[in-house]
Ligand binder design. Structure first.
Ligand SMILES: Nc1ncnc2c1ncn2[C@@H]1O[C@H](COP(=O)(O)OP(=O)(O)OP(=O)(O)O)[C@@H](O)[C@H]1O
Ligand SMILES: [Mg+2]
Length: 752
C-alpha cells in the first residue's frame, strides 16, 4: 500500500486530492467526486490519508491558502475522518440571590428568538437563586487537520467551553449535544481518544524533562512497544517541542530552580500528546510565553492536527503569525458566540457588520477591542450576536444545496482508519471490532506494568528528595533517643511498672504522630493523579497498590530504628522481634490512616488538624489514661475504634505476659501508698502483722504481683498479643481500602 502511495505521489502531488489546501474549490469538488464516487470506501480513505501523511512528513508544513473551510462546498465532499460537532451548548450555574428584586419576578418569558443575551433575564431564575449562564447556545464544528481556537476576553467562557467539549462538565448541567462523526461520544470512549492540557502545569518538580516524558510514554504507550521505540518517540517529541536544551534539567518548583515557564508549558503539552490522541483540548497553551515560544507551541499543535487530530484550544491574543496557523475561530463574549469561522473571513465579517478592520491592524485585537466596546455599550453585544447568527445561516444555506452529509465516515470506521495510520498508540487494534468502544482498550498497559512504572517514578522522586525521608527518620530517631534516655533501664519495681506503662503509651502514639508526614505527600500529588487518571494513564487501583508498596521499605526502616534504639535502652522484657513487629504494624496502620485522610481532606492544614485531634482521642481511649473497665459504656465503642489501643495492649501483653516474673515483692507493697515513707524496718514489721492477720506467710521476698496481675489491673486481658498485632495490620489494610474508595469517588474532576 505504501508503495502505491509513493508511486502515485510521484505522478500527482497529494495536493490534488486535498481540496483543503487548494484555492479552487469547484474544480476540486469535481476531482474528489470523480476519484471516490459518492461515498469513498475505507481503503480509498486510507490511501488518501497516506498521501496527506506523505506530504506532512517534511518538516515544512504547507502554506495554508484556505478559503473559509466552512463556506465552500468542496470541503464537505472530502470525507473527513473526524468531525466534532457541538450544538446549542448551554451551561449555567446557580448563584445565590442576595436580594429579591421585583422585576426579576415578572420578566420570566424567554426571548422570542429562543436565544437570551447577557442583559436579558435568564430562564430558570427564581426568587431565591439566580442562574448565571456561562455558555449560551454555542454551536460549531471542528475537524481533524485543523486547529480550532476559542478567543475572547478574560471571563468570556473560553475555559468553560473547552471543559464542556472535553466532557469535564457533569451531564445533567450541560445542555446541547456533542457528537463525533454524528455519534454521541460516551465518556469512556472520549477518555481514551482524547487528551486535555490544563491551564496550569502539574508536574513532578524533581524529575527531568526527559524522565517526565519517558514516564508518560511508559504509561500511555502499550507494553508491546519496545523500550527503545518509546525512547525514540520521547526523543522525537523533545525535538518537536524544542526542548532539546532542557531535556536533562529538572522541572523545578518554587524551591528548586528548574526549566523555564515556557519549557514547562511545552512539557505539559508533551505528556498529553505522547500517545497521539485524536481529540486534543488545550486551555491557553500559549499564555505566559514569549511570542516565539508561543508560535513554536502552536506550530507543534498544527503538526499534531495535520497528523489527523482535532485540536481545540483557547488562546488569549494570538500574534499575527499564530493567526496564520489557526483554521477556525470562535469568539466568545459573555458565553455567547460573536463570531465563528476562519480568521481569513474576519475582515469580511466586520466589513458587513459595519465596522471594517483598518489596514495594518491586528484582526483579532481589533475584534476583541470591538467586542469589549460593545459589551460596555447599552445594547451590549446583542447586535453582533444577531449579526453572527444571520451570517452563519447565510453560509449554511449556501452549503446545504451543495452537499449531503452522507459521505462522512462512521465513528468506528474513522477510528479504525486513524489507528491504522499510527494514531492512538495505546495498544489499539483495528481488527474488526463490533463497536468503536471495543477497538481501543481502556488502558494501554496491564496493571502490573502500571505498578512497576508508578513505583519506579515514586522511587526516583524520593531519591531526588532525600531530605524528606531524612526529616522523617530524624524525627523518629530523636524521639527514640529522648525516650531511651528518660526511661533509661527501667527496673521492675511498682514505680518501674508505672513508667513502663507510660513509656508504651507514649511510644505507641509517637509512631502514629510521626506518620502525619504522609499527609502532604499525596495532597501534593493529588492533582497530578487526577490529571493522569482522568484520561486513563493508569488504573486507580494500581496507584493505590504501588503507593502502598513503595511506602513499606521506609516503614520497615523507621520501625527498626525506633525499636532498636528503645528496646535495650529502656530494658524491655518481651522479645525484641515481637516488639519490632508491633512497631512496624503500628507504623503501617498509622501510615494507612493518614494516607486515607489525605485522600479526603482538601488542605494540608485541615489534614494536620484532623490527624492531631483524632490521634489525641485515640490515645485518650487507648486504655492508658482510663482502663477499659472504667470507660463509660456509651463511650466504649470509641475504645475499640482507637488505633492506639491494639499496639498498646500488644506490647503490654508481651512485656507483662510472663507469669513468673514478679513486679511487687515483699515491702514493695507499700510503695505508691502513704506508708512508702516509713523506714524499712517498720515496713518489715508491718508485713509480719499483715501475715498474721491474713493467716498467710508474707516475707520480704514473697511475690505479691506478677505481670499477669498487672494486665488484669489494666484490663488488658481480652485479646492475645498476636490478635492485637493482626488487628492492627488489618486496620492498615482497611484504611488503604478506604483510600482507594476515596479516590474512586472523590476524583471525578468535573464541574457540576
Ligand atoms: N461556579 C461558578 N459560579 C459562578 N460563575 C462562574 C463559575 N464558574 C465560572 N464562572 C464565571 O464564568 C465565566 C467564564 O469563566 P471561564 O473560566 O470560562 O473564563 P475564561 O474565558 O476562560 O477566562 P480566562 O481567559 O481569564 O481564563 C467567568 O466570568 C467566571 O467568573
Ligand atoms: Mg480560562
Amino acid at each position: 500500500m505504501s508503495n502505491r502511495v509513493v508511486a502515485e505521489n510521484n505522478t500527482s502531488p497529494a495536493r490534488d486530492t486535498l481540496p483543503f489546501f487548494s484555492t479552487n474549490s469547484m474544480e476540486l469538488t469535481h476531482i474528489t467526486r470523480s476519484a471516490s464516487g459518492v461515498s469513498p470506501t475505507l481503503g480509498q480513505l486510507l490511501k488518501r490519508v497516506g498521501d496527506v501523511r506523505k506530504e506532512q512528513t517534511g518538516d515544512e508544513t504547507p502554506v495554508h491558502q484556505i478559503l473559509d473551510v466552512s463556506d465552500t462546498s468542496s470541503v464537505e465532499t472530502r470525507s473527513l475522518p473526524f468531525v466534532l460537532s457541538f450544538n446549542n451548548l448551554t451551561y449555567s450555574v446557580k448563584a445565590r440571590r442576595k436580594s429579591i428584586t421585583l422585576p426579576a419576578v415578572f420578566r420570566r418569558q424567554p426571548h422570542p428568538l429562543g436565544a437570551v443575551t447577557a442583559t436579558d433575564p435568564v430562564p430558570g431564575e427564581n426568587l431565591f437563586s439566580k442562574t448565571k449562564t456561562l455558555l449560551n447556545d454555542i454551536s460549531g464544528e471542528a475537524r481533524d487537520g485543523e486547529i480550532m481556537a476559542v478567543l475572547g476576553a478574560s471571563g468570556s467562557g473560553k475555559s468553560t467551553l473547552i471543559d464542556a467539549l472535553a466532557n469535564r462538565i457533569a451531564k445533567e448541567s450541560l445542555k446541547g449535544t456533542i457528537k463525533l462523526n454524528g455519534e454521541v461520544l460516551e465518556s469512556r470512549m472520549l477518555k481514551v481518544i482524547s487528551a486535555y492540557v490544563m491551564q496550569d502545569d502539574l508536574l513532578f518538580p524533581m524529575l527531568t524533562v526527559e524522565e517526565t516524558l519517558m514516564f508518560a510514554a511508559e504509561f500511555r504507550l502499550p507494553r508491546t512497544l519496545s523500550k527503545s521505540k518509546k525512547k525514540i518517540r520521547v526523543q522525537a517529541l523533545i525535538d518537536q517541542l524544542g526542548l532539546r536544551n532542557a531535556a536533562k534539567t529538572v522541572i523545578g518548583d518554587e524551591g528548586h530552580r528548574g526549566v523555564s515557564g515556557g519549557e514547562r508549558r511545552r512539557v505539559s503539552i508533551g505528556i498529553d500528546i505522547i500517545h497521539d490522541p485524536i481529540l486534543l483540548f488545550l486551555d491557553e497553551p500559549t499564555s505566559g510565553l514569549d511570542s516565539t515560544s508561543a508560535y513554536m507551541v502552536v506550530k507543534v499543535l498544527q503538526r499534531i492536527a495535520q497528523s489527523g487530530s482535532i485540536v481545540i484550544m483557547s488562546i488569549h491574543q494570538p500574534s499575527y503569525r499564530i493567526l496564520g496557523l489557526l483554521d477556525r475561530m470562535i469568539f466568545l463574549s459573555r458565553g455567547q458566540t460573536v463570531y465563528s469561522g476562519s480568521p481569513m473571513n474576519l475582515p469580511h465579517f466586520f466589513d458587513e457588520f459595519g465596522h471594517p478592520i483598518p489596514e495594518n491592524e491586528n484582526r483579532t485585537e481589533f475584534a476583541l477591542d470591538l467586542i469589549r466596546e460593545l459589551e460596555g455599550s447599552p445594547g451590549g453585544t446583542k447586535s453582533l450576536v444577531e449579526f453572527n447568527k444571520t451570517w452563519q445561516n447565510m453560509k449554511q444555506s449556501r452549503n446545504t444545496n451543495a452537499h449531503s452529509d452522507s459521505q462522512g465516515l462512521s465513528l468506528k470506521e474513522a477510528i479504525s482508519a486513524s489507528i491504522s495510520r499510527g494514531k492512538l498508540v495505546s495498544g489499539a487494534t483495528n481488527n474488526d471490532a463490533s463497536s468503536p468502544t471495543s477497538m481501543v482498550p481502556n488502558f494501554a498497559n496491564p496493571a502490573w506494568k502500571e505498578m512497576v512504572v508508578l513505583s519506579q517514578r515514586s522511587v526516583t522522586n524520593s531519591r531526588r528528595m532525600p531530605e524528606l525521608f531524612g526529616i522523617r527518620a530524624g524525627a523518629v530517631i530523636v524521639t527514640g533517643f529522648i525516650l531511651a534516655t528518660i526511661f533509661w533501664q527501667l527496673d521492675s519495681s511498682p514505680k518501674g511498672v508505672q513508667e513502663r506503662l507510660g513509656f508504651f503509651a507514649f511510644a505507641m502514639s509517637t509512631t502514629f504522630y510521626t506518620c502525619a508526614d504522609a499527609l502532604p505527600v499525596f495532597l501534593q500529588e493529588r492533582y497530578i493523579f487526577m490529571r493522569e487518571t482522568a484520561h486513563n494513564a493508569y488504573r486507580r487501583s494500581s496507584y493505590v497498590l504501588s503507593h502502598t508498596l513503595t511506602s513499606l521499605p521506609a516503614l520497615v526502616f523507621l520501625s527498626f530504628a525506633f525499636s532498636a534504639i528503645t528496646f535495650w535502652a529502656v530494658g524491655l522484657d518481651g522479645g525484641f522481634f515481637f516488639y519490632f513487629l508491633m512497631m512496624f504494624a503500628s507504623f503501617w496502620a498509622g501510615n494507612s490512616f493518614v494516607t486515607f485522610l489525605s485522600g479526603v481532606v482538601p488542605h494540608v492544614m485541615l489534614g494536620y488538624t484532623i490527624v492531631v485531634a483524632i490521634l489525641a482521642y485515640f490515645l485518650l481511649f487507648s486504655g492508658f489514661f482510663i482502663t477499659r473497665d472504667r470507660i463509660p459504656p456509651y463511650w466504649i465503642w470509641f475504645h475499640y475504634l482507637s488505633l492506639v489501643k491494639y499496639p498498646y495492649e500488644a506490647v503490654l501483653q508481651s512485656e507483662f505476659g510472663n507469669p513468673v516474673k514478679c513486679f511487687v515483692r515483699g515491702v514493695q507493697i507499700f510503695d505508691n501508698t502513704p506508708l512508702a515513707a516509713v523506714p524499712t524496718a517498720m515496713k518489715v514489721r508491718l508485713l509480719e502483722t499483715l501475715s498474721r492477720t491474713l493467716n498467710m506467710r508474707i516475707t520480704t521476698s514473697t511475690c505479691l504481683t506478677t505481670g499477669v496481675d498487672i494486665l488484669d489491673k489494666e484490663a488488658v486481658n481480652q485479646l492475645s498479643k498476636w490478635s492485637c498485632l493482626w488487628i492492627t495490620v488489618a486496620w492498615g489494610f482497611f484504611f488503604r481500602f478506604l483510600f482507594y474508595f476515596s479516590l474512586l469517588l472523590g476524583s471525578k474532576n468535573k464541574r457540576r
